[in-house]
Design a protein around this ligand. Structure first.
Ligand code: UDP
Ligand code: MG
Length: 341
């Protein structure tokens, strides 16, 4: 089974149309699916519409949140509820087109464990955002300490293993495209043209977008913390140059004021240095608090040993089930039964 997770906040204009579009996109592409709609404290008739859909469509799961928690909060609740072997995450406003889903599922069937929807083009009626998105991705691309696919949002498919790894990270300020890249596993990209919202208004406020961008940068880059080291180098060099100027004989710059300015740059440099050192510590404290795992295992391949039992030959990984030192035929037989059960 495949799960589709969709956060919904005041989308009454689109819900029924969306459910129909998903059903026709998924028909033929998968045998079984569930659509997990997360109602993020909508104040319009979204919840009633979703419950109405549920009455007639057995694929629909509705998660009701206690209030409006915001995009990421809704997504997280949906991901935790989804039971599929793979989970697709998308927005509920047709900006992530349902027609792309079969291509994502196809890539997953071919072995990808994370399929990322990357925007080839973007329809954005809001001019401000059309300007800010590329700027954000450029800054993120140059700052990030870990390669994160640019021009990719939440629209993606995650295999159960990758999803569980993402969910195991308990950090509160989540930048999902970053976490999804950070866990690794076999990745594939599906390019698509991001559409304009089909109806209703954009729900994310400008402030919440700025917060999200800051989450992205601070959770995947030490560079802002290290800025002080750069500034330290700069102020120290300026101060040294000024000091040297003081020794030019009969020069007009060899004045007390100039000497004072040089000293100020020097002290400024020392302050920057201490802030930089503090930053190194703060960065490490941040790592500890986030408690991300040091590594994630994708597969464990062990050499197999063949064991003869009364019922035939079985292949068992060396070292597992306490059989490293040899296993009696009886034990091996009982293991096989358990396995079958
Ligand atoms: N959304 C949500 N909670 C919120 C704001 C938005 O669940 O507090 C949902 C919204 O219904 C939509 C998705 O998140 O399905 C993306 O929101 P929107 O389209 O407004 O964001 P944009 O595309 O403008 O970035
Ligand atoms: Mg949108």
């Amino acid at each position: 089974m495949i799960s589709i997770v969709i956060p919904i906040y005041n989308e009454e204009e689109l819900i029924e149309q969306l459910n129909e579009a998903l059903a026709s996109a998924l028909k033929g592409a998968v045998d079984d699916y569930e659509i997990v709609y997360v109602n993020d404290g909508s104040t319009d008739s979204s919840l009633e519409l979703l419950r109405g859909l549920q009455a007639v469509d057995s694929h629909v799961v509705v998660v009701e949140l206690s209030r409006n928690w915001g995009h990421m909060g809704a997504i997280n609740a949906g991901l935790q509820t989804a039971r599929g072997r793979a989970v697709i995450l998308m927005d509920g406003d047709f900006q992530d087109p349902p027609e792309v889903l079969p291509r994502m599922i196809d890539a997953w069937r071919k072995g990808a464990e994370v399929v990322v929807g990357v925007r080839r083009s973007r329809q954005e009626s809001r001019k401000m955002l059309a300007f800010l998105f590329p700027l954000f991705y450029r800054v993120m691309g140059s700052l990030s300490d870990y390669p994160i696919p640019l021009n990719a949002g939440i629209f993606s498919l995650m295999d159960r293993r990758a999803l569980d790894s993402v969910l195991a990270m308990r950090e509160k300020n989540r930048y999902l495209p970053g976490l999804r890249a950070w866990v690794g596993y076999k990745n594939a990209i599906v390019y698509y043209d991001r559409q304009d919202r089909l109806g209703g208004e954009g729900k994310l406020s400008f402030i919440s977008r700025i917060k999200y961008a800051m989450d992205a940068i601070t959770s995947f880059s030490y560079k802002p913390l290290r800025l002080s080291f750069g500034l330290f180098g700069f102020t120290l060099s300026v101060s040294m140059l000024m000091l040297l100027c003081m020794f030019i004989p009969k020069s007009s710059v060899a004045t007390a004021a100039f000497g004072l300015a040089s000293a100020m740059f020097f002290v400024g440099g020392l302050v920057m240095l201490s802030i930089g050192i503090l930053g190194e510590y703060v960065g490490r404290i941040y790592d500890e608090v986030r408690n991300r795992p040091l590594s994630l295992i994708s597969h464990v391949h062990r050499p197999q040993v063949s064991i003869q039992t009364e019922t035939g030959t079985i292949e068992v990984p060396v070292g597992s089930y306490g059989i490293a030192g040899g296993l009696s035929a009886m034990q091996a037989g009982s293991f096989q039964e358990q396995d079958a059960a």
